[in-house]
Design a protein around this ligand. Sequence first.
Ligand SMILES: NC(=O)c1ccc[n+]([C@@H]2O[C@H](COP(=O)([O-])OP(=O)(O)OC[C@H]3O[C@@H](n4cnc5c(N)ncnc54)[C@H](O)[C@@H]3O)[C@@H](O)[C@H]2O)c1
Ligand SMILES: O=C(O)C(=O)C[C@@H](O)[C@H](O)[C@H](O)COP(=O)(O)O
Ligand SMILES: [Zn+2]
Length: 361
Amino acid sequence: MSSKIVIETPAIAKIGNKFAELGRQKKVVVLYDKNTAGLFEKSISEQLEKDGFIFHNLIVPASEASKSFRMAYRLYGEMLEREVDRSWSVVAVGGGVVGDLGGFIAASFMRGVPVVQVPTTLLAMTDSAIGGKVAINHPMGKNMIGFFHEPVLILIDPNYLRTLPNREIFGGLAEVLKYALILDGSFLDFMEDNFQEISTLVSPYIDEAVKRSVNAKVKVVTEDFRETTGLRAILNFGHTFGHSLEKLSNYKALRHGEAVLVGMACATQLSMKIGNISSEDAERICAMIQKFPYPKRLIKKYFLDVAPETIIENMRSDKKKEGKHIRFALLKRIGNAYLHREEIAKEDIIFAIEAAKPLFA
Ligand SMILES: NC(=O)c1ccc[n+]([C@@H]2O[C@H](COP(=O)([O-])OP(=O)(O)OC[C@H]3O[C@@H](n4cnc5c(N)ncnc54)[C@H](O)[C@@H]3O)[C@@H](O)[C@H]2O)c1
Ligand SMILES: O=C(O)C(=O)C[C@@H](O)[C@H](O)[C@H](O)COP(=O)(O)O
Ligand SMILES: [Zn+2]
């Protein structure tokens, strides 16, 4: 992975120097959503002016629905009207929605211009801003149209998290937990010991959680950037189930992290069912998942009350599938995940979904 990564406060102060190092012209389109514009547009614009940038700010609605062709098309138009050309770069300031959409338009505009990620949610700082997966959704499936477009620069400022609503903090923490489960048992110890401090953004616990997550993701992406060997697919732990729930909720009601949390509960049960992890490991994971608050009414509507067959049907468009069969990222034990390539019986998947339900009942 060649992205330059800065983790500090204020990270945005580095943008001028980093552009000089990269040999890029100081011309940028800055993409915000309505909320991140309200919070950060003024200070970021001041920094860009101070550093001598020419820039245009573009703002999209703060919603997963912005990850759409319609929105990308609108943004291409606004960029063309402002005479943006290939000497410009795109800077995405926001959560995973702005990062994925900003990366998508950067990868496709005039056959590709560089993207800088300025993540402002916990999820984006620890996951979506890193690794170059950029995409929009299709009614038939999540992230169906996209590119691998590595950011040239990632500016992570943990101080940006101070305004983040609790629901978004726990959504991000679900992806943080994912790294502990798939890659690093000692990270799970750290999360168990310091859950309260991390989830209330106490330093140095939150900073440590961000750094460990970033390192974990960089390591995987460096070894398997295009998800060809199966290694990167472990970052999809819980996502086969999770994407299905997001689709059921029309990419609106459930947050990505919430769907992934439920998905990890199902994937843990599936790992146990097919004879991998021990019941002790599974109990430890379930105990950790139960520490997360979640929107009860929504989880009831889009998980507890949904027939397992419907959840499975929605997985059929998953990008990890091979031919007709759905492949899952599963656990061998805590800290060790793999892509299960063989077909798994439908009854076992149904069992896993039913076995995970009591955790959210
Ligand atoms: N590309 C990847 O590798 C990758 C990885 C994980 C998730 N994703 C994608 O990321 C998206 C989810 O990202 P997300 O959870 O960051 O959601 P999001 O981008 O919708 O942001 C969540 C909410 O928080 C607001 N917000 C952002 N920063 C804020 C701040 N500092 N203070 C207050 N409010 C703030 C946003 O306006 C939004 O309302 C999904 O589309 C998911 O598919 C992509
Ligand atoms: O970076 C990856 O690889 C991931 O799988 C990270 C996931 O957290 C993320 O949600 C990603 O967008 C899912 O990728 P997809 O290929 O299943 O759409
Ligand atoms: Zn994810």
